[in-house]
Design a protein around this ligand. Structure first.
Ligand SMILES: Cc1ncc(COP(=O)(O)O)c(C=O)c1O
Length: 464
């Protein structure tokens, strides 16, 4: 394939990842059979055919009942849930004495559990990076409601990383009078920046609890909870191995979990509740945090998915992703229109150090005007290329990358017609002339050189 020799010269390590080519043929052959170029691994990973087959065999070969009981079919479901729970902890090298795995619907569900139960109060702080998914931003509403201060730490351009000195200043200003929570993503779902895990200990030393959003990090990086000790870690399993959807987890440190006050109780979360006595007694974690009946038929598929990833090895996936994203960055960086205007403006780090497998950018025309991301997506669709456009639920990173100021936003939000409702089109018109979103291409465990070349060939077609 054209370009391969140059690629391998620059990324010789790719040669050692050929097991993944065999895996793609065996387990993900539908990609090539259907001519799909999948470039949205930060949105969701893809499942191997054998994961679905093994799960189907498990369901067809057993009888599973509602786990909230002690009959044989119920116990069979409970056994699988508990073995999956143990597997999740083992996958993240978390000691069961230290961490608990709470099953949720997805990472957002895990974040909501923390937000609604964290003991924010007057004089407490919720500190978070501009770079965060909306489900982490959303916790600020609980903080506001309980009178806590909410502070955002800005990002610096062009790398979209955080100034460490500034972070240290914010952490020191926290004070010990109250419960303080610091939240940041291990990997940005916008720029793919990997923020340092060393911050966890720094924040702990300054008296903060730490919420590490690992949703975008764990699909191609090992999160080792025997080494790093965040207090709360939300994940969505479909982002790691594609199937099942609808199951996530909150990995929480037992010691800090005790601080949380659940705002209600539900079936499954209590030992005893009384109507006439108006009392309830919460169960121990994890049950206290798992409302109602767990997704007991899908949870066993998580164990199958984790075994699948272990059979490949995360270091191999990591290496593959590093090589491919490095090449994609290089290809996008060098394309220029005949006018000398670069085709792509990339947001975030241009090298492959301390970053993940997504590249976020906008295309510009020969006169240096941003191309409409909706038209770019439409053109990509016509080539069976699945990429992502918008702000990817990460408005803070988007505002910094696209240099949309607080004043511009305030002017837009205060227009009388925008006080109640604001559609995406209204928003675009409001910040007229600027790109209002970006394009994201991301690679993952089933990506290959051909996918990245297809992405580059697509970009080339947009040159004048
Ligand atoms: C960094 C990050 N955090 C949280 C989430 C939320 O995940 P989910 O939509 O599965 O709840 C996402 C999803 O894209 C993400 O990328």
């Amino acid at each position: 394939m054209p370009g391969y020799v140059e690629f391998i010269q620059n990324y010789p390590a790719y040669d050692h990842t050929h097991n993944l080519d065999e895996l793609r043929e065996r387990e993900y052959s539908r990609l090539d059979r259907l001519g799909q170029v999948y470039l949205d691994y930060t949105g969701a990973s893809l499942y191997a055919e054998s994961q679905v087959r093994k799960h189907q065999e498990l369901l067809a070969g057993n009888v599973f009942g509602n786990p909230h009981s002690s009959n044989p079919t119920s116990l069979a479901a409970t056994r699988l849930i508990e073995s999956t729970r143990a597997k999740v902890l083992q996958f993240f090298k978390a000691s069961p004495d230290e961490y608990v795995c709470i099953f949720t619907q997805n990472a957002s569900g895990a974040l909501k559990l923390v937000g609604e139960a964290y003991p924010f109060g007057k004089d407490c702080h919720y500190l978070l990076t501009f770079d965060n998914h909306n489900s982490v931003n959303g916790i600020r509403e609980y903080a506001h409601a309980k009178g806590a201060d909410v502070t955002y730490i800005p990002l610096t351009l062009p790398d979209m990383r955080v100034d460490e000195k500034m972070l240290a200043g914010y952490l020191e200003a926290g004070g010990n009078a109250c419960a303080n929570l610091f939240a940041y993503p291990a990997q940005s779902n916008f720029s793919s920046v990997q923020h340092p895990l060393e911050w966890i200990e720094k924040a702990h030393n300054a008296g903060w609890d730490v919420l590490l959003d690992a949703a975008a990090f764990v699909p191609s990086n090992q999160l080792d909870l025997s080494r790093w000790k965040p207090d709360f870690v939300p994940v969505s399993f479909y982002k790691i191995f594609g199937y099942p959807t609808g199951v996530g987890a909150l990995l929480a440190r037992r010691e800090v979990l005790k601080k949380l006050h659940r705002p209600w109780f539900a079936g499954g979360t209590i030992t005893v509740a009384s109507v006439q006595g108006d009392r309830y007694y919460l169960a121990e974690a994890p049950a206290a945090f798992e409302d109602g009946t767990l997704d007991y038929l899908n949870i066993p598929a998580v164990e199958i998915g984790l075994q699948h990833i272990e059979s490949i090895g995360l270091p191999l996936i990591h290496e593959r992703v590093r090589c491919l994203v490095g090449w994609l960055l290089y290809r996008l960086k060098v394309m220029e229109h005949s006018t000398g205007v670069p085709l792509a403006r990339i947001y975030g780090p241009l090298g492959s150090d301390a970053r993940g497998g997504a590249v976020t950018f906008n295309f510009f025309d020969r006169a240096d005007k941003p191309m409409d991301i909706r038209r770019v997506e439409q053109a990509a669709n016509e080539h069976n290329i699945s990429l992502r456009t918008g702000c990817f639920c990460n408005p803070g990173a988007g505002e910094i990358a696209l240099q949309i100021s607080k004043m511009e936003l305030a002017a837009c939000f205060s227009q009388p017609s925008h006080t109640q409702r604001l559609t995406y089109d209204d928003f675009r018109t409001c910040i007229d002339g600027k790109a209002s979103g970006a394009i994201r291409m991301s690679v993952g465990l089933a990506s290959n050189f051909e996918d990245v070349q297809a992405a580059a060939a697509f970009a080339e077609m947009l040159l004048d």
